[in-house]
Design a protein around this ligand. Structure first.
Ligand code: FPP
Length: 240
């Protein structure tokens, strides 16, 4: 399982899809798929860390996911508690830092507290960053950036012709990631081939990788296949 990879992506973003279908295939409730999906996150994080990947951004809850049945939303909101109570010590031991993008102030208070505690307790770690996109939407991210920039223009702090790519990027949730804010590789599991409002600005030149494997089944070997595919791509960024 250890083929030589010529290029390791620094930032991998993952749309973890297929939990519901995984459960349905086993005649289990949808939430059983989410529970199993959390175990995949643990495996994949350890693997990414061992490969020297610097940043993993996981699409955990989109701004559109509020439209799911209330019971399912409630279950999803409890997952960070399950995940961090069993896995945060190991993350810290392995020098992994937890972060979030999206508007977490709209989450139930206990979920916010759990996330903020994980972020604070791992803040000193300098290895892999495990970044959860929660209550995240790419369009909403751009809207809040446009609003903040417009406010600065109104106050006279920014001239309109100073607005360029770099300035916009300073106002995105991913600003703190600087040179690695844009994912090199975006993986989506379960056979769907779309971005679903995930990192729309940042993925402009990302390599996209789709696999039919459902997220609860996504293994280290499947991840390695994605890395091999990435390593064989020829990234030109619009040039020849
Ligand atoms: C997509 O499967 C998955 C989700 C909407 C949620 C995944 C989220 C987690 C595993 C939560 C992790 C969060 C933390 C902080 C640990 P789906 O339900 O859309 O599957 P389907 O398309 O087969 O129905």
């Amino acid at each position: 399982m250890s083929k030589e990879l010529q290029t390791i992506p620094q930032h991998v973003a993952i749309i973890m899809d297929g939990n519901g279908r995984w459960a349905k295939k086993r005649l289990m409730p949808r939430v059983a798929g989410h529970k199993r999906g959390v175990e995949t996150i643990k495996r994949i994080t350890k693997y990414a860390n061992s490969k020297g990947i610097k940043l993993i951004t996981l699409y955990a809850f989109s701004t559109e996911n509020w439209g799911r049945p209330q019971d399912e939303v409630n279950f999803l909101m409890k997952l960070p508690g399950d995940f961090f109570s069993s896995f945060l010590p190991e993350l810290i031991e392995n020098n992994c830092r937890v972060e979030c993008i999206g508007d977490i102030t709209k989450l139930p208070e206990d979920t916010q507290n759990i996330l903020n505690k994980a972020i604070a307790e791992s803040a000193h770690c300098t290895g892999l960053v495990l970044n959860f996109a929660i209550n995240y939407g790419g369009q909403q991210e751009m809207i809040q950036a446009i609003q903040a920039i417009s406010q600065k223009v109104k106050e006279g702090a920014i001239e309109i012709d100073q607005i360029d790519e770099a300035l916009v990027e300073d106002y995105l949730f991913t600003a703190r990631y600087g040179a690695i804010a844009k994912p090199d590789l975006v993986i989506r599991t379960s056979g769907e081939q779309r971005l679903s409002n995930f990192l729309l600005w940042q993925s402009a030149y990302s390599e996209l990788y789709f696999t039919d494997v459902l997220w609860p089944d996504f293994s280290e070997k499947d991840f390695e296949e994605a890395l091999v595919a990435f390593s064989n791509r020829n990234r030109r960024f619009g040039k020849v």
